[in-house]
Design a protein around this ligand. Sequence first.
Ligand code: GLN
Length: 561
Amino acid sequence: MKEEEKKKLESKNSNCKYIFVVGGVISGVGKGITASSIARILSDRGQTVTAIKIDPYINIDAGTMNPTEHGEVFVLDDGDETDQDMGNYERFLGVNLSRTNYMTTGRVYQSVIESERNLEYAGKCVEVVPHIPLEVIRRIELARDKAGADVVIIEIGGTVGEYQNMLFLEAARMMKIKHHKEVFFVMVSYLPIPSKVGEMKTKPTQYAVRTLNASGIQPDIIVARSKVSLDDKRKEKISMFCNVPVDHIISAPDVDSIYDIPVNFEKEGLGDMICDTVGMTCGPAMNEGSTKWKKFASSAHNKKNGLNIAIVGKYFNTGDFTLSDSYLSVIEAIKYSGYLCGSKPTLTWISSMDFEKDPKRIKELSKYDGIIVPGGFGSRGIEGIIKTIEYARKNNIPYFGLCYGMQLLVIEYARNVLGIKEANTREVNPNAKDLVIDVMADQKVKIEKKDLGGSMRLGSYPATLKKGTVAEKAYKAISIAERHRHRYEVNNAYREALEKAGLVFSGVSPDGKLCEIAELPASKHPFFLGTQFHPEFKARPLSPHPLFTAFIKACQKNKKK
Ligand code: GLN
């Protein structure tokens, strides 16, 4: 870097603001959405904002965590397998983030140990403190530089008082020494209303703030989550016992749509207050970005033109809560395209195993306007999914398959149209006679070596679309790039036969070797399309994904019929 550029960067960095978002009382009350909403507000007011998620797990990434326990694995352009909150940041901010924006305890320790092995500590004794927090700080600053950020929002996973995130709070405290006037803390707390008492209680929040104080950190702002809005009395109480000015306590009641939160925060004066507190000259609350957002947020309340969409898969016997977390990006992608087309989609989760146990039940699918099979792994429920796809194909119900949903579409077509009865994927039955879906060549070695973490085909890859196909018409482009996460692919040995039988590979890798999209032409089916990639990772509130939009339009037509 030239001397002049270096100086410019240093001066920009010396003004950069760091806003840490931490949780108090209980988890799951919306730290991620709070961080995303603050990011959105500041970005709309003209700041360059980036957001970082800190996951206190030893796992190097979220790729090895069970989605029903930890939520969706969100894949970034660079292939990092991250936490679902990274998806929220990307969607709220409308940007693409990279692995610099995500860290876990495992990742931080791994770097420190690697540096020690490389003799980078020059003979010093390497200790948990300060070396681990210093590595956290180094990573935060790296993300700042990469984004050229005016503001960095850093969400620390978990709640204060847990052992797991202590070193991250220590890093935040040390950050305050390093960049003292530029570091701020937002605590997202929870105020319960015990049913017998019927009154909102502030005491858990008071304790949480004291616990945070014990880490040497004083919150600047408290976002008070509760079932209903906070009254003045409660605000005054929190202010008095937690050392936070009354107007720095933001009421955040439950909402029907998370997209209202940035709008509500601005109503509460959060934007002006943050800009004041952190000493930034910001644009006004009413601006081009916030107007667009408001319009989108109000479209989310549209109740007209309902669409019934079935999501068929295997992870579905775990209760609604985990479900919506495991497939968060798919759900949001459907909503964005639905709202864009003036429809309110209602999703029904169907376990494909139901169709294996009782094949007659497949007819229940006739009441849906469209069917989606999302990504997945393993052999459970697969035959039921293949039956689902066959039903959608034969009964002209719009079908959209995502990753595994595309591979199984190809298997269904091979079995029932080409008559290859034993068509299968190596993932389900490596001994099947016809492995229409097989392991990718470079993946074979990785599986043999048991090199299984972060080793799939991950992240953004380009594809070329065939002119005149459903896919090309939806994208209105020939070259696209989408995010992947898979080990298996369409076996080229069967490609010609499949194409002859009418299946169109409308998207392929630029070298032509990998099938990225399989579809039936519009003349043969209202919408029958599967993608080897995960389009849901690139759907954004203000720019819905073209394939989801094409699917929704097909569902609307199907409903009208
Ligand atoms: N299990 C399939 C594979 O590994 C599909 C993966 C997915 O749906 N993300 O190729």
